[in-house]
Ligand binder design. Sequence first.
Ligand SMILES: [Zn+2]
Length: 283
Amino acid sequence: MTRMLAIAALAAAAALLAALPMPAQAQFNLNINKLLDSAKNVRSATREIDQKEEIAIGNDLAARLLGAAPLAADPRLQRYVNHVGRWVASQTGRDDLPWRFGVLEAPQLNAFAVPGGTVFITRGLLMSMNSEAELAGVLAHEIVHVLQKHHLKAIQKGAQTSLAGDALNHALKDASSSQARDKLISLGTEVYSRGLDKSDELEADRLGVMLAARAGYDSYGLPAVLQMLQAMNAQDSGVALMFKTHPAPGERLSALGEKMQPTLDAYAEQPQLVERFAAETRR
Ligand SMILES: [Zn+2]
């Protein structure tokens, strides 16, 4: 599959959403948008990348990353993951972003977000999960990366040090400035192989737990996945990249316990949807 076709398939999977009853939205007395705002980093000195540019950078990166692992040729699975992802994303109030979710045909355990609203999860990670609440927890973590522009800011920071300001603006504005644009993409892929700052990952865990709870899921979905990862050997090739690019699962679990215990406990009785997850993901 060529990259352009892969992007089209991604959009098609997101568009073909059949009716699937989603969990009831929780009576969540926290304003997540306000929380996201207050968690915003200090603005950098350069101008903000606008939403159109954010989506364009994301599309370039998605195409590049899709060259490394193709989308799973499984329309039902793609639809299901889009359902869950879009339901969780709809809790954020950022309906203006073109949210789409893609399952990559890769045995490794990984998930990552691309600027502008694209989230990928590997089939390997999906198959190691046990419930829709776990899937929602992982997707919520990735959705927070998009909302907080964690990757975008890391790429921008890299560009500021290695590209003159003018070259960066050209790369953003002008698709024909292919040299600068290629540089931006390679900075982007570098961020994905190196990983984000630890504080960004822990923030995505905290806000992700809240987001999944607000979407009506058992709040322990993400912690359950972290526990599963904790039990794995970091040298295992299936988790090597995930472990290299994220803080250790044990550290993430204790950070969550420290800051999020009341939320975890308050929403632990919400649905896990174990049977539906099995029915929709097992062939
Ligand atoms: Zn992350």
